[in-house]
Design a protein around this ligand. Structure first.
Ligand code: ADP
Length: 300
């Protein structure tokens, strides 16, 4: 069983600043770092570190070749990533201020150049029961979903970042939804955030063929499908950076299920993995390996 993460690859340029730059201002940044980013990138790393045989598909420009090295180092197959001449890799310009807030400008770049021909070429390598993992940071997602569904692939969707485009996705083809409460609210079109149980029931009713995973940050997570419901509390840790917590949870829950674990076992594994991730700074570097998770005895 193979996992195909079809998704975004970004270069994250992060700047530490005394305050966010204002209109007309030229501001000196105190520190600058370049990281691998994109939700697709983080998902692929999480699946590979969880032990799944993971392929990434997407597109970069020549400026993003280092992203492929990082994917390979994490154990992800990269031969399905297109490297486009004369095009810029997707990027994010991130300002981090002293109070821990951030402000992000995103440029889609090559993430928005996916063609149907490219999707067909990628998908023909996958079939019945292989797993397709998607977020909402590339174009042509509805087409990719339809074609993958026709091939009998299982579709995992984390509809993030949530925007109007998602309503036009063929959501009835999704087998696993991974949502936090804000995304659940937006997907249900409800104005107020309801109790998690109510959200879960409403999602089950709306998407009866799918399994729903609702993550609740430090409160834990809920799972429901036709056959079962399960609540998994979060492990108590001192969080320093919750970036990629959701992606880690997705990778380890699905990785666990694909390896034959039961839902409660896979949920516990995912909660441990994401608890470890939030104790470390950064996005993909904070995602643990399966071995680390299995040996973890909780935070001292
Ligand atoms: P997202 O990052 O997509 O918003 P969540 O914040 O809900 O996702 O986090 C996903 C999972 O990560 C949670 O269900 C929980 O298991 C774990 N997690 C998140 N924040 C913490 C925390 N502060 N302490 C322990 N575990 C956490």
């Amino acid at each position: 069983m193979k996992v195909l993460c079809f998704g975004s690859l970004n270069i994250d340029y992060t700047y530490r600043v005394p305050h966010f730059v204002q209109k007309g201002e030229t501001l000196a940044a105190e520190e600058m770092n370049v990281f691998c980013g994109g939700k697709g990138f983080n998902q692929a790393v999480a699946f590979a570190r969880a032990g799944a045989e993971t392929y990434h598909a997407g597109a970069i420009g020549k400026d993003g070749l280092f992203l492929l090295d990082s994917l390979k180092n994490a154990g992800v197959h990269t031969e399905l990533v297109a490297v486009l001449e004369d095009q810029k890799t997707g990027c994010a310009i991130i300002q981090n201020d002293h109070s821990g807030d951030n402000c992000i400008m995103l440029y889609g770049g090559t993430n928005r150049t996916i063609t149907r021909e490219m999707a067909d070429r990628v998908l023909e390598k996958f079939g019945q029961d292989d797993v397709l993992v998607l977020q909402n940071e590339i174009n042509e997602i509805p087409y990719i979903m339809e074609k993958a569904h026709e091939r009998g692939m299982k579709i995992v969707l984390n509809p993030s970042p949530m925007d109007g485009a998602i309503a036009a996705f063929p959501l009835e083809t999704v087998d696993y939804f991974f949502l936090n409460q804000v995304e659940a609210c937006q997907l249900l079109g409800s104005e107020n955030r309801e109790e998690p149980e109510k959200q879960l029931n409403a999602l089950r009713k709306r998407f009866p063929a799918a399994a729903i995973v609702l993550t609740l940050g430090e409160k834990g997570s809920l799972y429901a499908d036709r056959a079962q419901k399960h609540f998994q509390p979060a492990f108590r840790v001192k969080a320093v950076d919750t970036t990629a917590a959701g992606d880690t949870f997705t990778g380890f829950l699905m990785g666990g299920l694909l390896a034959g674990r039961t839902v409660p076992e896979a949920m516990e594994l995912a909660a441990k993995a994401s608890a470890i991730a939030v104790t470390r700074p950064g996005a993909s570097p904070s995602i643990p390996t399966l071995e680390e998770v299995l040996n973890w005895k909780g935070q001292d």
